[in-house]
Design a protein around this ligand. Structure first.
Ligand SMILES: [Zn+2]
Length: 111
């Protein structure tokens, strides 16, 4: 059964599929991680982020990496397609969807 990784939150998901894993991957997988893991957006990330949602920074823009480390929590202020305006503390940033992850209430960061 195939394992896939979500490119947005980096969770790894184990799927039970009807086809053989090779057939399934040929049908649905278009991208792989650097280590060869099939990439597929997970259910939590598929749902569009809404203004007011809590997010965590996973890939800070280069110019902000010094002041906003990976893992900084923030809030979505507005969304237009894949571009989001997010607020981290006092800093307002226009940021790409792939640079942020939704904070899932009750989820643990320990694996
Ligand atoms: Zn995800």
């Amino acid at each position: 059964m195939p394992y896939v990784q979500c490119p947005l939150c980096e969770d790894t998901i184990h799927l039970h599929v009807r086809d053989s894993p090779a057939e399934w991957e040929a049908k649905y997988i278009r991208q792989r991680s650097d280590s060869g893991m099939p990439l597929l957006i997970c259910g939590n990330c598929w749902e569009a982020l809404q203004p007011g949602e809590r997010i965590v920074l996973r890939a800070p823009p280069a110019e902000l990496a010094a002041s906003l480390p990976i893992g900084t929590e923030g809030t979505v202020e507005s969304a237009a397609g894949d571009a989001f305006v997010a607020v981290f503390g006092q800093t307002q940033v226009v940021i790409d969807r792939s640079a942020i992850s939704r904070v899932v209430e009750g989820s643990s960061t320990q694996h």
